[in-house]
Design a protein around this ligand. Structure first.
Ligand code: 2P0
Length: 329
């Protein structure tokens, strides 16, 4: 009753922001992401009658508190779905710094879902895995798949039609790149889950966000299909700014940006003015992720390092969640 899975983190090009059902993690809007090669979580899960509670280790360290609670909450859901009773031991390893705001919950819950379900002896279709992963963390529904992925918000109250699927595999656009410029490694004050709840409840701009998102989804699907970086980048950049506008206008305000965030945004705009194809997106944190093509990465990295960004993580489109026979314990 042991299995290991590897899943990559993803970055949204059209963001998921706000839930219509908190418990089932059903979003108000659909989202589109790219799964990133090399930003991975490896998770080994073992269920046994001999265990008396769930145990969770991350990067070799035993976890308690909020993180452990989210993990055992997800395991409880999986046990219920598959009518199992055994407790389990979970060990996860991230190959990227967990505190850098690089969407670690997307890879974490995708890997945990695949490893747990496999350890229990089941082999559901990716769609079903995506529905289960979604209930651990919304963005994890997308990390089940590789390449370019869309998570449809769905309409059913129970969430049976709210799952992700692949739009195009990673091979569709191999020279697509994301350069994550790390602005700060401090843990953020407001987690995404709390931030999006507060936004839905209090931002007067939330309606405007929802009314604009379908157009962004349409443009983004077209841009990916045609490998049109300009259309993709401009749409993703504005979509992220619209999301941040809803955050800033909640009560109390949530501002994830820091000085370095604005500096990176300005640098991207200046590079664009001088003809470079560079666009940014940001999530619920200060890091700035530059969307570009492989041929331009060197000069963009050079410019960002001159601006004082020491840590820049480069990723290309990566694969979806897979099983591995290299167990962590
Ligand atoms: C996204 N984010 O689409 C958006 C953009 C952050 C900003 O998905 O509550 O950790 O576990 O479903 O998935 C981060 O939110 O939130 C996120 P829960 P999650 O990538």
């Amino acid at each position: 009753m042991k299995a290991t899975a590897i899943a990559n983190a993803n970055i949204a090009l059209v963001k998921y922001w706000g839930k219509r059902n908190e418990k089932l993690i059903l979003p108000h809007n659909s989202s589109i992401s790219v799964t990133l090669d090399g930003l991975k979580t490896t998770t080994t899960v073992e269920f046994s009658k001999n265990f008396h509670k769930d145990e969770f280790k991350l990067n070799g360290e035993k976890k308690s508190g909020e993180e452990a609670k989210k993990v055992s909450g997800h395991l409880a859901l999986i046990r219920k779905m598959f009518r199992k009773k055994e407790f389990c031991r979970v060990e996860s390893q991230n190959n990227f710094p967990s505190s850098t705001g690089l969407a670690s919950s997307s890879s974490a819950f995708a890997a945990l879902t695949l490893a747990s379900v496999s350890a229990l002896g089941f082999n559901p279709k990716p769609k079903e895995l995506s529905i289960i992963a979604r209930q651990g963390s919304g963005s994890a529904s997308r990390s089940i798949f590789g390449g370019f992925v869309e998570w449809k918000k769905g309409f059913q109250a129970g969430g049976s039609d709210s799952y992700a699927s692949e739009l195009y595999p990673k091979e569709h656009w191999p020279d697509f790149r994301i350069l994550a410029c790390i602005v700060s490694e401090k843990e953020k004050k407001v987690k995404s889950r709390a931030g999006m709840k507060q936004t839905v409840e209090t931002s007067p701009f939330y309606r405007a966000w929802l009314s604009a998102v379908e157009e962004d989804l349409r443009k983004t699907r077209k841009a990916i299909k045609e490998k049109n970086l300009e259309l993709l980048g401009k749409t993703a950049e504005l979509n992220c700014l619209k999301m941040h506008a809803t955050m800033i206008t909640t009560t109390p305000s949530i501002v994830y940006w820091q000085d370095g965030t604005l500096k990176a945004m300005a640098a991207v705009w200046q590079m664009r003015e001088s003809g470079a194809k560079a666009f940014f997106t940001m999530d619920a944190g200060p890091q700035v992720k530059i969307i570009c093509l492989e041929k331009d990465t060197q000069k963009i990295k050079q410019r960002m390092s001159e601006e004082g960004f020491e840590k820049i993580i480069e990723s290309k489109p990566g694969e979806g969640a897979v099983l591995s026979n290299k167990h962590l314990f």
